[in-house]
Design a protein around this ligand. Structure first.
Ligand code: G3H
Ligand code: 13P
Ligand code: ZN
Length: 311
């Protein structure tokens, strides 16, 4: 079905009340685990690459691996830049084969955010590349930048129409209470999402795809396994899956997951090495890690996204 941008994918998701999973990729096993699960579930998917992933694995390696996944499967796959922080970075990904980019101007003033986002959109659209913008600021850690709870802010619904009209973005990431990383909330905190804000935004932007970042649930079985095999993630807390599922039936059409994949991979490698102390062939524990990634993606499609049989 090929490498596609996110336009039709997100439009179909909006119309049919589900969300497409956007999973962060850093190496071959992660790409294979995600796309094998999506192929089996007949689900579209967005493979996203952060600046950190690009630095770790190198742009060309990731693009070639994603192209191989496209050849091996029969599902729509978008290759997306996650949290692009400059026009130059977005341009380099567009020129280098990505089909979608995010320009994250959420740390800038409103006017600066509009300016850089519009510049990216004007360039991207010439090449049929879709653009995600962001309004509002999530708490948590991304690429070593730690946004504290007091510096985070919900998206202001009164700005969204103006932002979309001025920039021409194809989708919009919003802040309604999710947070990046595995330590999203303090123990004992009742996790809630601001569905009232999401509804307001949906009213202002009918038929427009909304994106949720920081949407890992920090799956308790994975945290337990990591702790059982020598880790220490006792305070890790994520977004309850029923809240994410509810958002996927509203205007949320793209749900970002990275931390749950990291936990799955680490839990399986810790377990493998602990149960097989004599193993030292990476293919042995990475086979388990790839299966663990696949299992989490299947779980997300079934329990959060609702994107099975949607190709
Ligand atoms: O939102 C950020 C993603 O989890 C990517 O994390 O920048 O450490 O690759 P990273
Ligand atoms: P999590 O840390 O909740 O997985 O969020 C990932 C994300 O938003 C990537 O952009
Ligand atoms: Zn994010």
């Amino acid at each position: 079905m090929g490498l596609v941008n996110t336009k039709e994918m997100l439009k179909k998701a909006y119309n049919e009340g589900y969300a497409v999973g956007a999973f962060n990729v850093n190496n071959m096993e992660i790409i294979q685990g995600i796309t094998e699960a999506c192929e089996e579930m007949k689900s579209p998917v967005i493979l996203q690459v952060s600046a950190g992933a690009r630095k770790y694995a190198k742009h060309k390696y990731l693009v070639r691996l994603v192209e191989a996944a496209v050849e091996e499967t029969n599902i729509p796959i978008a290759l997306h830049l996650d949290h692009g922080d400059s026009f130059e970075l977005c341009k380099s990904c567009i020129d280098g084969g990505f089909t979608s980019v995010m320009i994250d101007g959420s740390s800038l003033s409103y006017d600066e955010n509009v300016e850089v986002t519009k510049k990216v959109v004007d360039y991207a659209h010439k090449y049929n590349v879709t653009v995600e913008g962001e309004l509002g600021k999530l708490a948590g850690i991304e690429d070593d930048v730690n946004v504290s709870e007091k510096d985070s802010s919900y998206t202001d619904p009164s700005q969204v129409e103006d932002f979309v009209n001025k920039t021409g973005v194809d989708s919009l990431a919003i802040a309604i209470g999710t947070s990046h990383g595995a330590y999203k909330f303090k123990p004992g905190h009742k996790v809630e999402l601001r569905f009232d804000i999401l509804k307001e935004i949906q009213k202002k932007l009918p038929q427009f795809p909304i994106v949720l970042h920081g949407a890992s649930s920090v799956l308790p079985n994975l945290v337990e396994k990591i702790n059982k095999f020598g880790g220490s993630l006792e305070d890790a807390i994520g977004v309850p899956e029923d809240l994410l599922k509810k958002s996927s039936k509203m205007a949320v059409c793209k749900i970002n997951v990275d931390s749950d994949l990291r936990l799955a991979m680490t839990a399986s490698i810790r377990e493998h090495l602990s149960l097989h102390p004599k193993h030292f062939d990476p293919r042995q524990y990475l086979t388990d890690a790839r299966s663990a990634i696949k299992e989490v993606v299947r779980h997300k499609i079934e329990n959060v996204l609702g994107s099975f049989n949607k190709i």
